[in-house]
Design a protein around this ligand. Structure first.
Ligand SMILES: *Cc1c(COP(=O)(O)O)cnc(C)c1O
Length: 459
């Protein structure tokens, strides 16, 4: 009831929120009591207290960051996941969760056209997918150098070179930090005007390095949506003996689309991939996926052993072999529901629709005189900059973003792209329609007129 009521408000509620921290605390910060409270009261009061601070990202007009919605069937599947309350860590604690994740693994590999022999882990998000993949990479490159990092640690280990594109996502750095590589030791290959790694720079970087090496590439730049050129860069890295990891939180899903697959051509030649299900597959948080071609390295970097863990007899899947967690939620279940519900064509349709919507945004905004589209719109991301005569465009752009957020028709965030302030549009929700895009573009243009002091009039 409470959930349906919320979903029904998504169409009309302001997408962003204007509530203050203090207001939210006033509704939610109840003293811890000795006595408990009945179920319904808890839920009703919690929902009432939280509502003013709930962002409409499950709705159709949220274009901030890169955030998907949640397909209805995945919300229901997620509810079943909680109802079943399985510990998905071990086959013995949930045979069903294990088998579902085994099946989903196969579907994911097929859908995203990755090697059928690769191993798959279900993690909380792409940050942990990057972490897991790079742990497998760390294992493999050090093993080749005669070092068992899981047993011997990193002190005294051969130095591992880590090469990143200059626009690697911050979560790759977070993964490096957690893996003991540090963030400042990474060597950066230069990127081009769209944020893609320059093959020439990668070649030069690799020439200057020797020993165990990991190269991180990117499918779907978080600002521009651009893709590194995989055939070229993967070949370069492999000829230098490096492990190639691709951070492809949303970009990997281009592989599910006939029209967009060319963007990820050659990506299947990498050694590991990190992606999200909570972005483009539109399952509820939290849901990331890690794929590793060398399943032995994947397992060696994650597995644990204990006397009370029985060996499974028939090759049954213990999920703790493939993810950093031990006990955990059966997060493969909503992914199962999403893929089963959508089929290949449904996943493709979401990807294509979001990309078409992004192109429409770029057209509707870009054809206006005071608006500039900064990136090649190859995927679902659009970078928009606003100008006004005699004024600083950074300031104008930030003011337009603020105005749009205040209006509440849609929500978009800002970024700095190659030194310029920009509005960042990301179309990642299954729910967004062409009408939502037109209404939102009009709201953005209205805000831009207001900032330029031309209230009301069309350009
Ligand atoms: C979103 C994103 C991440 C981080 O994913 P989380 O699911 O938020 O952990 C990493 N890399 C890229 C390119 C992303 O877009």
């Amino acid at each position: 009831m409470l959930a349906s009521k919320f979903l029904a408000t998504l169409e009309v509620r302001p997408v962003g929120v204007s509530v203050t921290h203090r207001d939210l605390l006033a509704g939610l910060n109840i003293p811890l009591l000795d006595e408990g409270v009945d179920d319904l009261t808890v839920l009703e009061e919690m929902v009432r207290g939280a509502d003013p601070g709930i962002i409409g990202s499950a709705g159709a007009r949220y274009f901030g960051f890169v955030i998907g919605g949640a397909l209805r069937v995945t919300v229901a599947a997620d509810w079943m996941t909680s109802t079943w309350d399985q510990n998905a860590g071990i086959y013995a604690t949930s045979p069903a969760a294990s088998v579902i994740e085994e099946v989903v693994s196969r579907w994911v590999l097929e859908l995203l056209r990755l090697p059928s022999t690769a191993s798959v882990g279900f993690v909380t998000g792409c940050q942990m997918a990057n972490f897991t993949a790079l742990a497998a990479a760390r294992h493999a490159v050090l093993r080749k150098a005669g070092w068992n990092v899981e047993e011997q640690g990193l002190s005294g280990a051969p130095r591992v070179n880590v090469v990143l594109g200059a626009e690697a996502h911050i979560t790759v750095y977070a993964a490096l930090r957690m893996l003991g590589f540090g963030t400042k030791t990474a060597v950066l290959a230069q990127t081009d005007e769209q944020g893609r790694v320059r093959a020439e720079s990668l070649r030069e970087t690799l020439q200057g390095l020797s020993g165990p090496t990991i190269v991180c590439l990117q499918a779907g730049n978080v600002n521009s949506g651009s893709f590194d050129s995989f055939p070229e860069t993967i070949a370069l890295a492999h000829s230098a003996g490096a492990w190639v990891h691709v951070d492809s939180a949303f970009g990997l899903w281009a592989a599910a689309s006939n029209q967009r697959r060319h963007l990820v051509a050659g990506i299947e030649g990498a050694d590991s991939w990190a992606t999200d299900a909570h972005k483009w597959l539109n399952v509820p948080y939290d849901s990331g996926i890690v794929v590793v071609a060398d399943s032995a390295a994947h397992r060696a970097s994650m597995t644990v052993t204990a006397a009370y863990l029985q060996q499974t007899a028939g090759g049954e899947r213990d999920n703790f072999d493939w993810a950093p967690e031990f006990s955990r939620r059966a997060r493969g279940i909503p992914i199962y529901a999403a893929i089963r519900h959508l089929g290949r064509s449904g996943v493709e349709a979401i990807v294509d629709r979001c990309c078409d919507h992004a192109a429409l945004f770029a057209k509707l905004l870009g054809e206006q005189e005071h608006v500039e589209i900064l990136n090649d719109v190859v995927l679902n991301q659009v970078l928009v900059r606003f100008h006004a005569e005699g004024r600083d465009s950074d300031e104008v752009t930030r003011a337009v973003i603020q105005q749009v957020q205040n209006d509440g028709v849609c929500w978009l965030g800002g970024t700095t792209w190659h030194g310029m302030a920009a509005m960042r549009v990301s179309v990642s929700s299954w729910a967004t329609t062409e009408t939502d895009v037109r209404v939102s573009a009009e709201a953005i243009l209205k805000a831009s007129r207001a900032v330029r002091g031309l209230s009301g009039n069309r350009e």
